[in-house]
Design a protein around this ligand. Structure first.
Ligand code: HEM
Length: 179
């Protein structure tokens, strides 16, 4: 019989004589690992908060709530990235989990390549926008000379996050849901 993980739900791969566990199963009931599920749910959960935060600043001029929500989103994204990186680098073998997909390998790897363009640029842009806003807006936050640059860069960062979530969901579906 094939060896299984600690939870007994997923097969392991044999690499030479060493069994490589596929890691901890996720909670969404798909083939994905725990870290994948955390990052997918985390990404999708930030979108309504982002929409609310932009509505508050654009329509209600509630700069303080906007700042609080943006810092909350940044912290949530950071936490999801840490859980994801630990899972993917140290615990789970995502390729083993994606292999049963009818889209493995070409479709899954193409979707991953497209997703990575946004997934890599988003944290960079996001850190930059939050850092600049933090440094250049007063406390409590008010529009000032930094406003027009912030509006431009922040819209770019927000669009990047939305595209990261969309392309990430497509990758997740192709790799861990399709059968
Ligand atoms: C990556 C994080 C952030 C994103 C995506 C973001 C997004 C936005 C967007 C899209 C607008 C323009 C709304 C409009 O169309 O009028 C805006 C305005 C603003 N944001 Fe942010 N924001 C972020 C972080 C922050 C932080 C951390 C602060 C405060 C320290 C802040 C303070 C402001 C202020 C004061 C304005 C009003 C600028 C003006 O209209 O004069 N933002 N933000």
């Amino acid at each position: 019989m094939e060896p299984t993980t600690a939870t007994g739900l997923f097969p392991t791969a044999l690499l030479g004589d060493i069994a490589v566990p596929a890691g901890i199963d996720g909670f969404l009931g798909t083939r994905a690992s725990f870290g994948m599920d955390v990052v997918l749910v985390g990404l999708l959960a930030t979108l309504p908060i982002l929409a609310w935060s932009i509505y508050l600043v654009a329509r209600r001029r509630d700069y303080a709530s906007h700042r609080r929500l943006q810092l909350l989103i940044a912290a949530a994204l950071l936490a999801a990235i840490v859980v994801f990186e630990v899972d993917i680098r140290l615990i789970s073998d995502w390729k083993l989990r994606a292999a049963p997909s009818p889209f493995w390998p070409a479709g899954v790897l193409t979707a991953l390549g497209i997703h990575l363009v946004f997934a890599v640029s988003t944290p960079v842009l996001w850190t930059w926008v939050v850092w600049e806003a933090w440094r250049r807006f007063p406390t409590p936050p008010q529009p000032n000379a930094h406003s027009s640059r912030h509006r431009f860069m922040a819209r770019l960062a927000a669009g990047d996050l939305v595209l990261t979530a969309i392309t990430g969901t497509v990758f997740y579906w192709l790799a861990f849901v399709a059968r």
